[in-house]
Design a protein around this ligand. Structure first.
Ligand code: ADP
Length: 397
């Protein structure tokens, strides 16, 4: 059996899954959270054998991995009995350096840390987890799979901000895009589901989760995406504003709001949360249905922004063969999907109301049979994709 330990780490958490590469089955999964909070650490382990939740002091990521290994041992399935052949690390920011999954050595790990300049909330945690995991599993290959890599095929015109060239170069300011693992796997699965070659398709993928982005994909290559230098740009999200006039930020700064507060307002207190008091679309939907005007407006703003991108990417791609919805709201929001797609009949996009509203969990078509653009819902399974990309790299090197 070939299994991959997929690690998704943050500054204070490690989420992991052990995935059987061939079947995609989860052999075990869990998380360690509140790393570095004195006496508050929490370790969760789940497998077919059962679930264990323990509270313990986890001072750093090394202690986190030690706790994970101990949970496997206590469950009677030591981690080295699972046939793990690689560790796949999800890394949010690969800058312009990493255009594909990359075998991690000391230099690659250091470069991931250096890129913390562009992703201060993410890359330091990735680095800490990589160092700790390499120490705990020194004999396994460790692979970094980047959220930015898929978008490195964007043309210069799509990734360049209209700034002074020297300033942009000095500070690494350009659009990178994120959610690349999801956009890549979802567009590939859509092609497989339709039994059409990926290379022949112009696709628009809407990843609508807590974080959200849209991607224009031409023949399997990302040519434009809504997130930019950071995951703040683009769509309205659970707690992020998405697009906002940079002048509004200057205005807040000039009025004495601190940089940290502006950061918090835009990244953690905006979006659905800022407009309605909840970041969860289920709450927003229920409030709107009960006549709450702020919730109704928030949905209107969300849909308006998403439709902007749908229209823009129809222009970028010269039309589209598929429009694909994925992630929490994309998979579970038939009402949102209908609102976003409404009025696009002029370009041959017609939803089938019954198909759109029918419950389902797998990849499925929700457009009418006579729709020129095929609309699909495709679940995102980013961890399985990280496992596959990690194994493929290990096998080829
Ligand atoms: P993340 O970006 O954190 O991975 P997900 O893709 O899991 O998030 O999306 C989470 C969001 O999806 C929730 O906050 C919620 O707004 C939305 N969501 C999840 N389930 C449903 C549902 N049944 N109906 C509507 N929205 C849902």
């Amino acid at each position: 059996m070939n299994a991959v330990l997929v690690v998704n780490s943050g500054s204070s958490s490690i989420k992991y899954q052990v995935i059987d590469e061939r079947s995609g089955d989860r052999l075990a999964q869990g998380l360690v959270e509140r790393i570095g909070e004195r006496g508050a650490g929490r370790v969760v382990y789940r497998s077919a054998a059962g679930e264990a939740v323990t509270e313990q002091d986890i001072p750093d990521h090394s202690a986190g991995f030690a706790a994970i290994v101990e949970e496997f041992r206590a469950a009677g399935t030591p981690i080295d009995s699972l046939g793990i052949v690689a560790v796949g690390h999800r890394v949010v920011h690969g800058g312009s350096d990493f255009i594909a999954p990359t075998m991690i050595d000391d230099a690659v790990a250091q470069r991931i840390l250096d890129l913390a300049e562009l992703a201060p909330l993410h890359n330091p945690g990735h680095y800490a987890a990589i160092v700790a995991a390499r120490a705990v599993f020194p004999d396994l290959p460790h692979v970094a799979v980047f959220d930015t890599a898929f978008h490195q095929t964007m043309p210069e015109s799509a990734y360049t901000y209209a700034l002074d060239r020297g300033l942009a170069a000095e500070h690494g300011i350009r659009r990178y895009g994120f959610h690349g693992i999801s956009h890549q796997v979802v567009s590939r699965r859509a092609a497989t589901h339709l039994d059409r070659p990926l290379e022949s398709l112009r696709q628009i993928v809407l990843h609508l989760g807590n974080g959200a982005s849209v991607c224009a994909i031409d023949g399997g290559r990302s040519v434009d995406t809504s997130m930019g230098l950071t995951p703040l740009e683009g769509l309205v999200m659970g707690t992020r504003s998405g697009n906002i006039d940079a002048g509004a930020i200057l205005h807040l700064l000039r009025r004495g709001v601190s940089i940290d507060d502006v950061d918090r307002e835009l990244n953690k207190r905006a979006g659905f949360l800022g407009m309605t008091g909840s970041n969860d679309f289920r709450d927003v939907r229920a409030a709107a249905a009960a006549g709450d005007e702020a919730a109704t407006l928030a949905i209107d703003v969300y849909v308006h922004r998403a439709r902007h991108y749908l229209g823009a990417y129809l222009a970028v791609l010269g039309g589209a063969d598929t429009v694909v919805f994925t992630a929490g709201l994309g998979e579970n929001g038939p009402d949102l999907r209908a609102l976003i797609c409404a009025g696009f009949e002029w370009c041959g996009l017609r939803l089938d109301q019954a198909k759109n509203e029918a419950p389902g969990s797998g990849a499925r078509v929700i457009s009418a049979d006579d729709s020129e653009i095929t609309v699909l819902v495709v679940p995102a399974d980013e961890e399985a994709e990280i496992a596959q990309q990690s194994i493929a790299l290990v096998a080829s090197s």
